[in-house]
Design a protein around this ligand. Structure first.
Ligand code: PAF
Length: 292
């Protein structure tokens, strides 16, 4: 595996892949790699000749009171994980290289970000699309891989690719969970023992909401209330949001009549956890449809 830190070295390597006509699968990450990332790498490995993984904790997507400084980092372990997944190139740029002082353009997301995390984390998705635009230009991937745990991010990147005509296929990959249902996340390390014991209730609350739909409920208000009650009675966490929206457009719905997302964010003492389920009008989970 090549470990590349400079943009110039990356450019040379990508140029060589392109000259050889290789299909490039790209997995952008912020490191502290876990099974969720590994699932993305495996999928990229299956579908492409070359797999590029980037690790960059992107300061632009963190708010002033968020965890940029204490975001977990472990480069040595990450290198081993990437190597074990047969990654060809690991890109580890510096903040100075990605954002030189003379940068004068940032991108702004104007749709699909006024709900869920986008609403609570102003500027977050502007930072995500700005860094991804740079990373897409640098890595020139055939396909890029994103986990559906951050389903709003998948919807926003779907728009980025469509609106800016990137010749890239976005591959959404299902959430990897612990045996007890908790979605894998780099932030799970912040949970206390008691919080970790309560955290599986988040996914259970989503499944309880989906069960209401399977049983015939179509009114989003009833489902959201049911999920809120479940979280409140099973955890000490503070609900940030429970929302049910169309997916991937992320518009409010009065009645469930197509693909929707039921998504939650809950604050524990040192961690804000998110999770979601995406399902069809009768509650079934099928392959997620995107489409710009
Ligand atoms: O999902 C993440 O880890 C980040 O938002 C991403 C896509 C790597 C952009 O910084």
């Amino acid at each position: 595996m090549d470990v590349v830190r400079s943009i110039q070295a990356l450019n040379e390597q990508v140029k060589a892949y392109k000259q050889q006509g290789k299909a490039i699968g790209f997995v952008p990450t912020m490191g502290f790699l876990h099974d969720g990332h590994q699932r993305l790498m495996k999928k990229a490995r299956e579908q492409n000749d070359i797999v590029i993984v980037s690790i960059f904790v992107n300061p632009l997507q963190f708010g002033p009171n968020e965890d940029y400084d204490r975001y977990p980092r472990d480069e040595e372990r990450d290198k081993k994980v990437a190597e074990s997944e047969n990654v060809n190139l690991l890109f580890l740029p510096t903040v100075e290289d990605m954002y030189p002082n003379d940068s004068s353009i940032n991108l702004q997301v104007v749709s699909r970000n006024e709900v869920l995390c986008g609403k609570r984390r102003p500027g977050h998705f502007d930072g995500v699309v700005t860094v991804l635009t740079k990373l897409f230009h640098l890595t020139q991937p055939t396909r890029c891989y994103f986990g559906l745990k951050d389903a709003q991010q998948v919807a926003v990147v779907d728009s980025l690719i469509h609106d800016f005509n990137f010749p890239i296929e976005i591959v959404p990959v299902s959430t990897v969970r612990e045996a007890d249902g908790l979605a894998k996340s780099s932030r799970n390390v912040y949970l206390s023992e008691q919080e970790r014991a309560e955290a599986p209730s988040l996914y259970q609350s989503l499944e309880a909401g989906r069960k209401l739909v399977i049983d015939g409920e179509r009114n989003p208000v009833t489902i959201v209330k049911g999920v809120e009650r479940f979280i409140q009675s099973h955890t000490h966490g503070k609900i940030d949001y429970v929302e049910l929206l169309s997916y991937p457009d992320l518009k409010p719905v009065d009645y469930i009549d197509g693909q929707v997302i039921l998504a939650i964010a809950v604050f524990f003492e040192h961690a804000r956890l998110i999770d979601n389920v995406i399902f069809q009008r009768e509650g079934s989970k099928t392959d997620v449809t995107l489409g710009g």
